[in-house]
Design a protein around this ligand. Structure first.
Ligand code: ADE
Length: 233
């Protein structure tokens, strides 16, 4: 039986989903509150992980160990790294990686965690396809992109930092702070996953202004598609 773990880093990214679910059980672990129940008749666990890679990784392991989830979805917002991808648009991860890992001194490319055997974490193709279908259904006016998402413990709001990230990963579509860690945790546990992010800002010097203005609408774009897609996994 499928049981889907849905992670948002911040309350604003999961509050709508939480308000739509039938809650059967509430469990707090590692200072995170896991809501167990159903959403549109599907068994789900919805949780706010908190911000950043460590919170994200811990959250995934709890979802796997305590709740035995069969799939993991991360919903939230991100800063665009591609001029074609605008505020409000949606990005589905084909793969994710850390833009802030540097073991180049040992001969690894920027982003690769030593001795792991992979630079990036590939999302589940079926979950990407289902997410795309749902997005076109529930958000027909919103553009949806598939591609690489990069993560780091950094809110990117300096054009020079954005440029540096793109100099290493020219194909990155957007940046955020948890997706690669969620993917990494799911990958270690052989649990299929996808990262879904709606764009709240351009990860440059307009980000401080745009982020608060567009965060809620962007978070809801992503959550709306998650609510639909879980029925089709
Ligand atoms: N999440 C949303 N916008 C972001 C940005 N510019 N950098 C990192 N994480 C983000």
């Amino acid at each position: 039986m499928k049981k889907i773990g849905i992670i948002g880093a911040m309350e604003i990214e999961v509050e709508t989903l939480k308000s739509h679910m039938q809650i059967k059980n509430t469990i707090t672990k590692a200072s995170m509150t896991f809501l167990e129940g159903t959403l549109n008749g599907v068994d789900v666990i919805i949780v706010r992980s908190g911000i950043g890679k460590v919170n994200a990784g811990i959250c995934v392991q709890i979802l796997v160990d305590l709740f035995e989830v069969t799939h993991i979805i991360n919903t939230g917002v991100a800063g665009s790294l591609n001029a074609a991808i605008d505020i409000g648009d949606i990005v589905l991860s084909t793969d994710t990686l850390y833009h802030d890992v540097d073991a180049t001194g040992f001969g690894y490319p920027i982003g690769e965690v030593p001795q792991l055997g992979t630079l990036s974490f590939a999302a589940d193709p079926q979950m990407i396809a289902v997410a795309k279908e749902s997005c076109e259904k529930v958000n027909p006016d919103i553009k949806v992109f598939e591609g690489r998402i990069v993560s780091g413990d950094q809110f990117v709001s300096d054009p020079k930092v954005k440029e540096t990230i793109l100099s290493h990963f020219s194909d990155a579509l957007c940046t955020e702070m948890e997706g690669a860690a969620i993917s990494h945790g799911a990958w270690l546990n052989h649990v299929p996953f996808v990262i879904i992010r709606a764009i709240s800002d351009k990860a440059d010097d307009s980000a401080h202004m745009d982020y608060p203005a567009f965060e809620k609408a962007a978070a809801d774009h992503s959550a709306k598609l998650v609510e639909d897609m879980i029925q089709n996994l």
